[in-house]
Design a binder for this molecule. Structure first.
Ligand code: ADP
Ligand code: ADP
Length: 231
C-alpha cells in the first residue's frame, strides 16, 4: 500500500467536510498494521479508499504497484473481488445459510471450478481455526466470535493479498475478540497483509505497527501526534 497525500472532501447540503487532509504512508506486503483513531477522525473514509470502494479527491494511491486512479470500474471490481478481503464489525454473513456456503459465496463470481470451491472454503475455515463440526451450522446459529471467524474465512477464500478489517472486534467481548485477533495474527504468519481499523488501544496492540489518525491527518507514531497537540 502506498498512499501519497490523500485527500477526501465530502460535499453535502450542509457544506464541505474534509475527512482526509493529506494522508501519506506505506505498508509493506505481509505487515499487520493497525490504524487507530477516535470516532469521526477519518478511519472509515480511509478504509473505503484503501479498499477501492471510494476515490480520493486528491492524491495518489498505489496498491500492489497499480495506480488506482488509472483503473477502470471493471478493473476496480476485479481488484476488490480478488486482491482484497473485507471484514466488518457487523460480520455481514447471510443468515439461515450454512457456514460453508457463506465462505464459498465469493467464489461464485470467479473462475474457481465448482469442485474446487468447497475445498477452498474448508481450507479458509481451517486457517481461522473454526472446528469442522460448525461448517454445516447456519451462520446465525453460532456464537459471535465464531461468526467473525467465518467472516474472516470468507474474506480469505479468494486468496487476497490484503485483508482490510473495520472494527472487527467491535461487537465481541474481550475474550472472543482475542480469538479473532489471533486469527488475524495467523494470517500475517502466512504472508497476508492485514490492515485493522480500531479505536481501541488494546486491539491495536496486536498489530506489528500502529498508525494514528486525528482530524483527517495521519501520524506514524504517538509522539508525532502529541507533538502537534492532537492527544
Ligand atoms: P471514522 O470512521 O473515524 O468515524 P469517518 O471517515 O466515518 O470517520 O468520518 C470522517 C468525517 O467525514 C466525519 O466528519 C464524518 O461526518 C464525515 N463523513 C463521513 N462519511 C461521509 C459522507 N458519506 N458524507 C458526508 N460526510 C461524511
Ligand atoms: P464463544 O465464547 O465461542 O463466543 P458462546 O459462549 O457465545 O461462545 O457460545 C457457546 C456455544 O453456543 C458456541 O459454541 C455456539 O455453537 C453456541 N451458540 C452460541 N450462540 C448461539 C445461537 N444464537 N444459536 C445457536 N447456538 C449458539
Amino acid at each position: 500500500i502506498q498512499a501519497e497525500e490523500l485527500h477526501r472532501v465530502y460535499r453535502t447540503a450542509a457544506g464541505l467536510t474534509h475527512a482526509l487532509r493529506g494522508v501519506s504512508f506505506s505498508i509493506m506486503p505481509g505487515e499487520f498494521v493497525a490504524i487507530m483513531g477516535p470516532s469521526g477522525s477519518g478511519k472509515s473514509t480511509l478504509m473505503h479508499v484503501l479498499g477501492c470502494l471510494d476515490s480520493p479527491t486528491k492524491g495518489r494511491y498505489l496498491l500492489e504497484g497499480r495506480d488506482i486512479a488509472r483503473c477502470s470500474q471493471d478493473e476496480l471490481a476485479d481488484i476488490r473481488a480478488t486482491r482484497i478481503g473485507f471484514v466488518f464489525q457487523a460480520f455481514n454473513l447471510l443468515p439461515r445459510t450454512t457456514v460453508l456456503q457463506n465462505v464459498m459465496l465469493p467464489l461464485l463470481y470467479t473462475s474457481c471450478p465448482v469442485g474446487e470451491r468447497e475445498r477452498r472454503a474448508r481450507a479458509a475455515l481451517a486457517a481461522v481455526a473454526l472446528p469442522e463440526e460448525f461448517f454445516d451450522h447456519k451462520s446465525n446459529e453460532i456464537s459471535g466470535g465464531q461468526m467473525q471467524r467465518v467472516a474472516i474465512a470468507r474474506a480469505l477464500v479468494n486468496s487476497p493479498a490484503l485483508i482490510l478489517a473495520d472494527e472487527p472486534t467491535g461487537n465481541l467481548d474481550s475474550v472472543t475478540g482475542e480469538q479473532v485477533l489471533d486469527a488475524f495474527a495467523a494470517l500475517r504468519a502466512v504472508g497476508k497483509t492485514v490492515v485493522l481499523i480500531t479505536h481501541e488501544p488494546e486491539v491495536a496492540a496486536h498489530a506489528d505497527r500502529t498508525l494514528y489518525i486525528r482530524d483527517g491527518k495521519l501520524f506514524e507514531t504517538y509522539e508525532a501526534m502529541k507533538a502537534v497537540g492532537k492527544v
